[in-house]
Design a protein around this ligand. Structure first.
Ligand code: FCB
Length: 460
């Protein structure tokens, strides 16, 4: 347990919760939505556990008013959601589907009516299948299509959405999707992953310009999955292995965004010719942003493998792990925030995702008791608050996730929500962590006292 008391958060710190379109919306064939790579991947035998798909998911598409009422009960300042690209441009290029835009229009208006700020992510992994058929993110043309989509969305919502996130975790799309085949589109080529990562970054830079034009008062950023990396020992081999994991996961994205160049050691490792960079690309990628979104769940402990086949992840047998097998290590988030602030100086940061899956069950009293998740969130908030006290410009925290949802290749088997979803009935059951977070947020709010300077009535 970390020492009490809880650090003091800045008065204007943003308290949020996060989700993503494919994981919660359902309504996969409604109102003109096109097919995404995840629709295709999920129905490919053997790709998603239990054959689960997100055709219905949490049915958020229809139930969002009820869910927003729960957000209000929670006391959220902000809700992070993503926009489904295939709802807006069903064929990946060509006509814009007004019915798709209408849904987000209603969602944003409802959030604002309840006093909750919308934080919109443009891309949380659901590439239109038509674009994948034409080569997907290994093609530069996909970056061009993304910018057209960003334009259509921000023309409609730019007057009301004050915070935009271009991409969510490009590392995951590139490596899990294109190199390791664990995510859609399920390719297994390292060269494809490197090309995909460059085009994702390029499309981010181009989209920032479009967002600034269509939403001049908005804050614009990108979300990366970042993790603190520890070497398993002081040996030069383990140190080098840790540096490689850091280079692949953290620096490959942070360096181009904040310094306009790929890290030299990784370029050498991948082969400089492997990245399809053209003139002007690095300037486009390093366009100034207003904030960096940080998603963090764990740290890595890395050693060299005995046979010299690159880095290997080492597991501390004593460590507490979540239902994902991820180590619970809040100090890693603290170290990560200090390091990113010191080395890259982002103007602001938000924790756009942090949370944990545990094997929740609804018990005889009808409730879901999740003390491990509560302690996970508490200890990670403690880390964030301590970083803020050290001067790190971290402006908000979004718990992952508001609802239990479709956890990608794990299907519905992993529950990350602070609200339990009973999938057969779609009933929502706030977990104990929901009530804890509600009380925590309430305790952070500045206390409004009657002003002592108020005029005294009746004295002349
Ligand atoms: C992140 C994803 C999010 C969710 C969490 C558990 O990598 O951005 O959609 O799956 O992990």
């Amino acid at each position: 347990m970390s020492p009490q008391p809880t650090p003091v958060f800045p008065a204007d710190f943003v308290w949020g919760a996060a989700t993503a379109a494919y994981q919660i919306e359902g309504a996969a064939r409604e109102d003109g939505r096109g097919e995404s790579v995840w629709d295709r991947f999920a129905v490919t035998p053997g790709k998603v556990r239990n054959g689960d798909t997100a055709a219905v998911a949490c049915d958020f598409y229809h139930r969002y008013p009820e869910d927003i009422a729960l957000m209000r009960e929670l006391g959220l300042d902000a809700f992070r959601f993503s926009i489904s690209w295939p709802r807006i441009v069903p064929a990946g290029s060509g006509p814009v589907n007004q019915a798709g835009l209408d849904f987000y229009d209603r969602l944003v208006d409802e959030l604002l009516a309840e006093g909750i700020q919308p934080y919109a992510t443009l891309f949380h992994w659901d590439t239109p299948q038509a674009l994948e058929d034409a080569g997907g993110w290994t093609e530069r043309a996909t970056a061009e299509r993304f910018v057209e989509y960003a334009d259509a969305v921000s023309r409609r919502l730019g007057d009301r959405v004050g915070h935009w996130i271009t991409h969510n975790e490009p590392w995951v799309v590139a490596w899990l999707g294109y190199a390791w085949g664990e995510h859609a589109p399920g390719r297994t080529s390292g060269a494809d992953a490197i090309a995909a990562s460059h085009h994702l970054l390029l499309s981010h830079g181009w989209a920032v310009d479009v967002l600034r034009r269509n939403a001049p008062n908005a804050q614009v950023g990108i979300t990366l999955n970042l993790a603190h990396v520890d070497a398993a020992s002081d040996s030069p081999e383990d140190q080098a292995a840790a540096r490689e994991v850091d280079g692949n996961g953290n620096r490959w994205f942070l360096d181009p965004i904040f310094r306009g160049e790929y890290p030299a050691d990784m370029l050498e490792a991948y082969g400089p010719a492997s990245v399809p960079v053209r003139d002007g690309d690095m300037e486009a990628i390093s366009v100034p942003i207003d904030f960096l979104g940080v998603n963090n769940y764990f740290r890595h402990v890395v050693g060299a493998s005995a046979n010299g086949e690159g880095p290997r992840l080492v597991r501390d047998p004593e460590a507490q792990v979540t239902d994902m097998g991820w180590e619970v290590y809040p100090q890693g988030l603290y170290q990560l925030l200090l390091r990113v602030a010191a080395e890259y100086s982002p103007p602001a940061m938000y924790i756009t995702e942090n949370g944990a899956a545990f094997g929740d069950v609804r018990v005889h009293d009808g409730r879901v008791h999740d003390p491990e998740r509560q302690e996970y969130i508490r200890s990670h908030l403690d880390a964030v608050g301590r970083a803020a006290e050290r001067g790190v410009p971290v402006n908000g925290y979004f718990v992952w996730s508001f609802l239990d949802n479709f956890e990608w290749a794990h299907g519905y088997s992993k529950r990350f929500g602070i609200v339990y979803v009973d999938y057969p009935t779609q009933e929502r059951v706030p977990k104990d962590s929901f009530y804890w977070y509600r009380d925590f947020i309430a305790a952070q709010r500045p206390i409004v006292r009657p002003s002592l300077a108020a005029p005294v009535v009746g004295v002349s």
